[in-house]
Write a protein that binds this ligand. Structure first.
Ligand code: BES
Ligand code: MN
Ligand code: ZN
Length: 490
């Protein structure tokens, strides 16, 4: 979707259907300049301007019929004002995306919205207007996306500049959603890397790719053990953005299991197709790096993706196998379906040895248990550092991608001791998300602030939400971007 700022009057002559003129309306504050019939109609249909509420009416203006859309932005003084403004924008694209209309004019003349407010409306519109129809060949005309542009009129002078930053963020979210949506026959470790090589060309982000021989040479036995049942070779991808600031980077590490069958500890068939989005952590890291680069973030950030496919095969690893990780620590693989932590541990060791991070955040669709605990409302946060946990929690609140912190400690750590190796890859029956985090923590160097985000409940949505349709949400991009903005750039 194109967003265009223009103060020329909307073109109406020659168009077949009435132009859509949208207004952003605060709660219980219908604009006084609206035609009385629209005011009557809005009231009669109980349009009150609540966040995300939408009203549509037709009036004649001069010679033309005009389709007027009122999008509710809630109370002007609300503390979640920007998310309410996003909902107003989102309501417009949700309604008109496949309406047949190709263009929508957002009329801001006389509105009190600041440049930041306008950018929030546009971000909501853009994100809610994303859809992937690449594999649908039989859509009827009325099912196809028709809306291609939003023309913004009467915006404050600096709105376009502020929007450029938010547009970068939208690009990042959309890139993540595409990666997450692609099926696993199309998106596998090598093609994930190729997508990134294409997308990051010319952005100033420097990519480094490790193939299997390189990872073998580094001793990444845990990651390679997961990959050995797949015909798709594993990859490690690093994306470096050095936009200034500290010499030591903030490092983001993503779990990129492009498909998780469970391996020999095979998953049930029902719902297994969901495991194409088991690379959602890696997808979020790639999208966040893109957003940071496109908006020229003044920060030093490295994104790392551990990319593998987890398959059962004659060559697959077995329950009971012992693997040696890059750190030298050995792991008894009790359950080949607890593969994410095996991928992350080597990615984290490599990240620490290669980039000497100031702090490190990993994102992973790691456990079903986190969904049992938090449903689809919060991602789980686990950390060894109070400041980082606080910064992430705040970034979660401010971005709308919320985090809930879980406890960690020696009693949980003991639950992954193994009788034959340094540790096993699963704990007991209970506390599965915590024992997974304890496993990862064993690979974090003393003194390195670290946080683990278990995002299994957030990557994919069964129904549409505030700024996403059902499917890939792009979760994590806004969170990481917000963390960088608020802690490295301000
Ligand atoms: N990728 C899954 C976790 C997951 C489950 C993500 C559902 C999204 C939705 C992970 O690799 C896994 O299989 N975890 C196991 C761990 C268990 C074997 C200790 C789980 O959660 O059941
Ligand atoms: Mn698994
Ligand atoms: Zn998995």
């Amino acid at each position: 979707m194109q967003i265009r700022f223009s103060d020329a009057p909307a073109e109406t002559a020659g168009s077949l259907s009435p132009p859509i003129i949208a207004r952003i309306v605060d709660q219980d504050a219908l604009p006084a300049d609206l035609e009385p019939v629209l005011i009557e109609a809005a009231k009669a249909t109980r349009f009150a301007g609540k966040a995300g509420q939408l009203f549509e009416g037709f009036v004649t203006r001069g010679e033309n019929v005009v389709r007027v859309a009122l999008a509710g932005a809630g109370e002007a003084a609300a503390k979640d004002r920007s998310s309410a403004l996003e909902k107003a924008g989102a309501a417009l694209t949700a309604k008109y995306l496949a309406s047949g209309a190709t263009s929508l004019t957002l009329d801001l003349a006389g509105s009190a919205l600041s440049a930041e407010d306008v950018a929030a409306v546009l971000l909501g519109a853009r994100l809610r207007g994303w859809r992937m129809d690449a594999y649908r060949t039989t859509l009827k005309p009325e099912q196809k996306v028709s809306l291609t542009e939003i023309v913004v009129q009467g915006a404050p002078e600096d709105a376009e500049t502020v929007w450029q930053g938010e547009a970068a963020l939208a690009e990042g979210v959309e890139f993540t959603r595409t990666l997450v949506t692609e099926p696993a026959n199309v998106l596998y470790p090598e093609s994930f890397v190729e997508r990134c090589q294409t997308r990051f060309a010319g952005t100033g982000v420097e990519l480094t790719v490790l193939d299997e021989p390189a990872m073998q040479a580094l001793g990444m036995g845990a990651l390679l053990g997961v990959s050995q049942g797949s015909v798709r070779p594993a990859r490690m991808l690093a994306m470096v953005w050095n936009g200034g600031g500290d010499a030591k980077p903030t490092v983001f590490v993503g779990k990129g299991v492009t498909f998780d069958t469970g391996g020999i500890s095979l998953k049930q068939p029902t719902g297994m197709e969901d495991m194409k989005w088991d690379m959602g952590g890696a997808g979020a890291v790639a999208g966040a790096m893109l957003a940071l680069a496109l908006r020229g973030a003044k920060a030093h950030v490295v994104g790392i993706c551990g990319l593998v496919e987890n398959m059962p095969d004659a060559n697959a690893q077995r329950p009971g196998d012992v693997v040696t990780s890059m750190s030298g620590q050995t792991v008894e693989v009790i359950n080949t379906d607890a593969e994410g932590r095996l991928v992350l541990c080597d990615a984290l060791t490599w990240a620490q040895r290669t980039y000497a991070p100031a702090r490190i955040v990993d994102l992973a669709t790691l456990t079903g248990a986190i969904i049992a605990a938090l449903a689809n409302e919060y991602a789980g946060l686990f950390s060894n550092d109070e400041d980082l946990a606080k910064d992430l929690t705040a970034a979660g609140e401010n971005s709308g991608e919320r985090l809930w912190r879980f406890p960690m400690g020696p009693a949980y750590d003991k639950m992954i001791d193994s009788p034959i190796a340094d540790m096993k890859n699963v704990g007991g029956r209970y506390g599965g998300s915590i024992t997974a985090a304890q496993f990862i923590q064993r690979f974090i160097d003393k003194g390195t602030p670290w946080a683990h985000l278990d995002i299994a409940g957030m990557v994919w949505a069964e129904k549409s939400g505030a700024t996403w349709d059902k499917g890939a949400t792009g979760y994590g991009v806004r969170l990481l971007d917000r963390l960088v903005r608020d802690t490295l750039e301000s």
